[in-house]
Write a protein that binds this ligand. Sequence first.
Ligand code: NAP
Ligand code: F7E
Length: 340
Amino acid sequence: MKKKIALITGGSGQDGSYLSSFLLKKKYKVIVADRRNSRSDNWRHKYLGIEDHLIYEDFDLSDFDSIFRLFKKYKFHEVYNLAAQSFVKSSFETPISTANVTALGALRILEVIRITQKNVKFYQASSSEMIGNSSSKIQNENAFLNPRSPYAISKVFSHNITKNYRDSYSMFACSGILFNHESPLRGEEFVTRKISKGLCEIKLKKREFLELGNLDSKRDWGFAGDYVEGMWKMLQQKKPDDYVLATNKSYSVRQFVNFCCKHLDINIQWRGKGKNEKAFNVKNKKVIIKINPKYYRPTEVDTLLGDFSKAKKILNWKPKVLIEDLSKMMVEEDLKRLKK
Ligand code: NAP
Ligand code: F7E
């Protein structure tokens, strides 16, 4: 049987790497489309042992021609649009380029699909950030969208344009509204990986303390490896639709620190409030976490909690790894890397 061909934009990022590995196991031919610099050391693909099994193509989501050329070269069965300027904090500093890539990038791909390969199945990486600060305690596919950053507003555009192309041109276009998902392959600027790596460095006496921003912020944190299976399942359905993937559990940044400290056998105590809050190592009385307001955001999403019951019912999907095991996996991997 002829192999299915999948295109993954942003295939060198966290999700793109897990998805590449997942699709290779399903015997797909996987085309990773990225900016060349994004894969300079290729650490994620090396970690998963897949770098020799992928086909790499240079492209930029802000460049229509580079997308067009890809669709001239290959006949795709499935396209996963994961490329984005995905760091919320940066989107406040670079709102226009974030919108160009994260919002208009999806439209560029949809347009090329409409013109060249209308029957391809398309996945758009939508985000719980689109929901922002919600008046409902738990959020599903029908949640009111109240985005709080240029990133989130860009994702609302790409989410809505995906639905518009599905409705207008009968295209098989789905959006996964994914709540935060993490892993040992998470970028170091995101809070979970920053905490996991930073605490491991403290444990190994390579660093004295770690500076964080808003400790009260609550997120629904799952494991990226589970979520890429959900993306694939969305494209295997008879009809295109949108789905929430989440764990239905929400924890604060402070609680994530607590989980990591427990795995590292560091006994901590929190003292103070607001900007003066600190975490002490009970054993040696040293401060190991401080607040630096430079990590605060101009507007914050306070709390997110996802309802994945539609994905459970229709896709038969549920998260396997929850925060306790996720934080353990991240800490163990960072310790291993730092000891090398
Ligand atoms: P990631 O690790 O940041 O991966 C995104 C990839 O896109 C990176 O390799 C990045 O390259 C690339 N990229 C950025 N700008 C580009 C451009 N102009 N042209 C081509 N590639 C470009 O993010 P992720 O965590 O894997 O997330 C995957 C997707 O899901 C993103 O769209 C993200 O917004 C969305 N999402 C993520 C989560 C989550 O919790 N992880 C939740 C909901 C939605 P550089 O690294 O070189 O910039
Ligand atoms: O922040 C707080 C911060 O940057 C999480 C992206 O994948 O998930 C991710 O977006 C929370 C925020 O992720 C620090 O203020 C405190 O409330 O890890 P983050 P994010 O903004 O939730 C969504 C679903 C996406 O779609 C995005 O692409 O943690 N926080 N102190 C901090 N955050 C960071 N980065 N650094 C700190 O020092």
